[in-house]
Design a protein. Structure first.
Length: 256
């Protein structure tokens, strides 16, 4: 008897699944690229403002400085978007007349039309910034900062509004305070008096005002007394307390 061999049909080999792409790494690289583009484009806008309208840039720099001081007092980690936010929120002042800017620099009251012009600045600045890839969140924060202290419909900011969340959620509250604080102090109102006036307006976050007070009424601020210096004495990081002009009254560097 002859055994008949059993023939087994060959089984198709199971193809190996292609290696899954490292989506987490790709997402991280994309985020870093967008952040780099946003940072570069934002800095370009700031540089353009400094070149086109030094007076507006000087004021924006002062506001940015106040925002940074408040952020530090609130314990917010140093980051480039917070550092530039005060300037970016004032981008549209490039189109504001020198007459209005002069009044703001002197802390002089604005007419109703001039006030309306300044009310529109944050929204117009946000529109400019929104064209930059990845700037949506920063643009929204700047837009949300607009109008406080200038319209009868303003309401008090809640103490908890945005605080303890993402720094960009707190940013509108800081910009609101910084803008109005700058206008008061430009009018030669003492810091203590200016902070008191802001508190009485009942328009701002109490915690942000507390941070402002911590930043500007601490012992450290005693070292920030204006000093008369020559050009040779200037060092990086110094802030001009007054405009630098030529003998023909041409503005070279705006204070701030």
């Amino acid at each position: 008897m002859v055994d008949t061999p059993t023939v087994t049909a060959p089984q198709a080999a199971t193809p190996k699944a292609p290696a899954a792409p490292d989506s987490e790494r790709d997402a991280s690289e994309t985020t870093e690229l967008l952040d780099s583009v946003l940072r570069g484009a934002s800095q370009a806008l700031v540089d353009m403002m400094a070149f086109a309208k030094p007076q507006a840039f000087g004021r924006a720099q002062r506001i940015a400085g106040v925002v940074r001081e408040i952020a530090e007092a609130l314990g917010i980690e140093k980051r480039w978007d917070i550092d530039l936010a005060g300037v970016l929120a004032q981008l549209a002042t490039i189109s504001v007349s020198s007459t209005i800017l002069d009044k703001l620099d002197r802390g002089a009251p604005l007419s109703s039309d001039e006030r309306l012009t300044m009310v529109r600045v944050p929204d117009m600045s946000a529109q400019l910034l929104a064209r930059v890839p990845g700037a949506d969140a920063l643009s929204r924060a700047i837009r949300a900062s607009g109008g406080v202290g200038t319209r009868p419909t303003d309401k008090p900011a809640r103490d908890s509004e945005g605080l303890g969340q993402d720094p960009l959620a707190v940013l509108p509250l800081m910009i609101r305070v910084a803008v109005d604080f700058d206008q008061l102090t430009c009018g030669r109102v003492p810091v203590v008096t200016a902070i008191g006036q802001l508190r009485r307006r009942n328009l701002y976050s109490t915690q942000v005002l507390d941070a402002l007070e911590t930043a500007y009424l601490s012992d450290v601020c005693d070292e920030s007394v204006p000093k008369e210096l020559t050009l040779d004495d200037l060092e990086p990081g110094m802030v001009f307390a007054e405009d630098v002009v030529t003998t023909d009254s041409v503005l070279l560097v705006s204070r701030g």
